[in-house]
Design a protein around this ligand. Structure first.
Ligand code: ATP
Length: 297
């Protein structure tokens, strides 16, 4: 028997970063939107924990127990006194180390698929607590939609969104390490930063489904750090806005760049121009918000 979960990527429409805490994490005001690029995680009963992965980026995904999906299966099994004897197969469509929470998506998918495979019927609040243990972005991968994340991003409040936003995502060659981007953020802000607060204008734009207003309030405090580590992203951002995007922003810790567009037709045009610009590896169109981790078979 097999169970498959489909899990979306995310974009941070606002990522306000506070100073480093004693535990090394940063307090955030993190406004997540789930976007329609998905990984699929299939859990099949096996005689031991085993991991496989397919997709264009599969060679960059670790297949040992450092994989977040394997850690999720181990955590769920331990919580229920079971052995984590499962084969997890990941169909990877989310860029690896791209700032779109691909590993977090796989962790949420593995939890959901293993919970169904093992018949452990874990209550949602316990699943969310396990997600937070696995990583700051994992709870959002489970719930999807739109949410404000406080703390290190794991304390979620769902947000209201009207309509559909049209995006283009430009994936870069190679990834950026999230801890390295936070270290660069600390280096660039030696005298401290203000308390992170969600932007009222941004929350209103989401509520109203107003793409132009959302574009005007998109903000990522990690962008200067990502650009400092990968200066070539400036050309990607420039190419997308020159081609008609309302605006472009680095997605999370990067290096994927996200472009908000007024409609699906413009998104296609921007994606074509980005592919032809030579400033990114590939460009894809998609929409948001979409639901979180879902069992699909
Ligand atoms: P975030 O946006 O949450 O900061 P990210 O999208 O930038 O994360 P991931 O794709 O989650 O980055 O991967 C970051 C690193 O985690 C990878 O370079 C890889 O070594 C490791 N990793 C562990 N599990 C996975 C997984 N299931 N898929 C991809 N990478 C994984």
């Amino acid at each position: 028997m097999s169970v498959t979960a489909s899990v979306p990527a995310k974009v941070n429409v606002q990522l306000a970063v506070g100073g480093a805490r004693p535990d090394g994490f940063h307090d955030l005001a993190n406004v997540f939107l789930a976007v329609g690029l998905h990984d699929e995680v299939t859990a099949t009963a096996a005689d031991r924990l085993r991991l496989t992965c397919e997709g264009p980026d599969a060679h960059r995904v670790p297949l040992d127990r450092s994989n977040l999906a394997a850690r999720a299966a181990e955590l769920l099994a331990a919580r229920h006194g079971l052995a984590p004897d499962v084969h997890l197969h990941i169909v990877k469509d989310i860029p690896v180390a791209g700032g779109m929470a691909g590993g977090s998506a796989d962790a949420a998918g593995a939890l959901l698929a293993c919970d169904a495979l093992w018949g452990t019927a874990t209550p949602q609040d316990e699943l969310l607590a396990m997600c937070a243990e696995l990583g700051s972005d994992v709870p959002f991968s489970l719930v999807g939609g739109a949410a404000l994340g406080r703390g290190r991003g794991e304390l979620l409040t769902p947000l209201e969104v009207s309509g559909t936003f049209h995006w283009v995502f430009a994936a870069a060659d190679g990834g950026l390490s999230t801890p390295a981007v936070y270290r660069e953020f600390d280096r660039l802000n030696p005298s401290g930063v203000p308390e992170p607060e969600p932007s009222p204008a941004l929350l209103a734009a989401l509520r109203d489904g107003d793409a132009a207003a959302l574009a005007a309030s998109l903000a990522n405090d990690l962008q200067p750090a990502a650009l400092s580590l990968r200066p070539s992203l400036a050309a990607t951002l420039e190419a997308g806005t020159a081609a008609g995007a309302l605006t472009g922003i680095v997605s999370g810790s990067g290096p994927t760049c996200a472009f908000l567009t007024p409609d699906a037709g413009t998104a296609e045009k921007v994606a074509t121009a980005l592919r032809e610009s030579g400033t990114c590896r590939t460009a894809r169109t998609t929409t948001s918000p979409v639901p979180g981790a879902t069992l699909v078979g």
